[in-house]
Design a protein around this ligand. Structure first.
Ligand SMILES: NC(=O)c1ccc[n+]([C@@H]2O[C@H](COP(=O)([O-])OP(=O)(O)OC[C@H]3O[C@@H](n4cnc5c(N)ncnc54)[C@H](O)[C@@H]3O)[C@@H](O)[C@H]2O)c1
Ligand SMILES: [Zn+2]
Length: 358
């Protein structure tokens, strides 16, 4: 059952549904009658039968990739490209990315490159993929030199989120998505920020309307910034709120130790605390942000054993520096998030703000 439909100026619709019913019709409307489903064994075991039942008419071919970020690399992409070509796909064969962000990025990159572009349909099964990775058109893989350094912009023809798939998500993956939902609410404005506590905490619960609202809010915020700046030359960078420190926390702890969205949440709170010095962020807003994050079950402080100096090294490596200056995304209040240029020595302060001094 469809709950929300969001048509994006990028030229496609994000459908937020309870389950897969209606997906076959949506594909038919797009003229898609051949499809390959790209997934992994975890997702196929949990939700493959339901998807197969809906897509009986299309009789899609299935390709399974190994599960995990460690496999988001050129070897898996090469395997997938071969599997698609051996299956004799043509330019009308849709690639259906059925899984989390890893599957979405890999299947998307294969869809972007095979025959110079196959139609892509995103069926995100994690909250993070539904609220972030499936929208915006970025696809790609990691290399030994770094994350997401090889890829392409390739917008999907359709995004179909079936909320019932999120019910099987482990808590950690749910929290990962909630970190980005909170970020999108801060980017949007006071109404969304106030509403996120009630709505987002329901994700995966019984009230699918609230869950759909939280996903729809995220999609709308991300789409608005991407539509205005599809190739990341301007305001799209505001989506990096929380990510400067967040990426450093992930790197310092070792990838996988803390979920991405939770690290982003700590980064966003640190940026808001720093905003009190830099941009007039009010202490009341910082407290509200901390309270909301805690209400969603997200960490608000850096882990005690993390050395801020180590984080600064990671941030220096991560950040593009121009003449000793770096750009930080700082929340002033809900709906007022700014890009502020500071000397790179300020990264030390940002790391220190990751922990409230006792
Ligand atoms: N393209 C973009 O714009 C963009 C944006 C954000 C993140 N990303 C990428 O997304 C990736 C992270 O995505 P993710 O957090 O979804 O990770 P993921 O794809 O690795 O999924 C997390 C885990 O959950 C499992 N899973 C998926 N659906 C499930 C379900 N319904 N029930 C139970 N388990 C399920 C997966 O098999 C996996 O083990 C990263 O590689 C990141 O770079 C891309
Ligand atoms: Zn992120």
């Amino acid at each position: 059952m469809l709950i929300r439909s969001i048509h994006l100026a990028l030229g496609y619709t994000v459908e937020i549904a309870s389950d897969f019913r209606g997906l076959a019709g949506a594909l038919a409307t797009l003229g898609i009658d051949r499809a390959v489903i790209v997934t992994n064994p975890t997702v196929r075991t949990l939700h493959g039968a339901a998807l197969a039942a809906e897509l009986q008419q299309v009789a899609p071919h299935w390709i399974e990739l190994p599960d995990g970020e460690a496999h988001k690399n050129l070897d898996t992409w090469r395997f997938l490209v071969s599997a698609l070509l051996v299956h004799r796909v043509d330019r009308n064969t849709a690639v259906i990315a059925f899984g989390g962000g890893v599957i979405g990025d890999l299947a998307g990159f294969a869809a972007a490159t095979v025959l110079r572009g196959l139609p892509l349909v995103q069926v995100p099964t994690t909250l993070l993929a539904a609220v972030d990775a499936s929208v915006g058109g970025k696809t790609g893989v990691n290399t030994p030199e770094g994350k997401n350094l090889v890829g392409a912009f390739h917008q999907p023809k359709l995004v179909w989120t079936a909320l019932h798939t999120h019910r099987t998500l482990p808590v950690r993956e749910r929290r990962c998505g909630l970190g980005e939902v909170l970020k999108h609410a801060v980017l949007d404005g006071p109404g969304a920020f106030a509403g996120v506590n009630a709505g987002a905490s329901e994700l995966g619960g019984d009230d699918e309307n609230r869950a759909a609202d939280a996903v729809a809010l995220s999609v709308a915020v991300k789409a608005r910034l991407v539509e205005a700046d599809p190739y990341e030359a301007g305001d799209r960078v505001l989506l990096n709120l929380g990510h400067t420190l967040g990426h450093a926390v992930e790197a310092a702890l070792g990838y996988g130790a803390m979920s991405h969205g939770e690290a982003v949440c700590i980064g966003m709170i640190a940026a808001a605390r720093f905003g009190q010095e830099l941009a007039g962020t009010s202490p009341a807003f910082v407290r509200e942000l901390e309270r909301t994050a805690a209400g969603l079950g997200l960490a608000t402080e850096l882990p005690a054993d993390l050395d801020p100096a180590e984080l600064v090294t990671a941030m220096r490596f991560d950040k593009k520096r121009e003449r000793g200056m770096v750009k930080l995304v700082i929340p002033v209040s809900a709906g007022d998030v700014r890009l502020i240029v500071v000397p790179d020595t300020a990264l030390v302060r940002l790391a220190e703000h990751g922990r409230v001094r006792k």
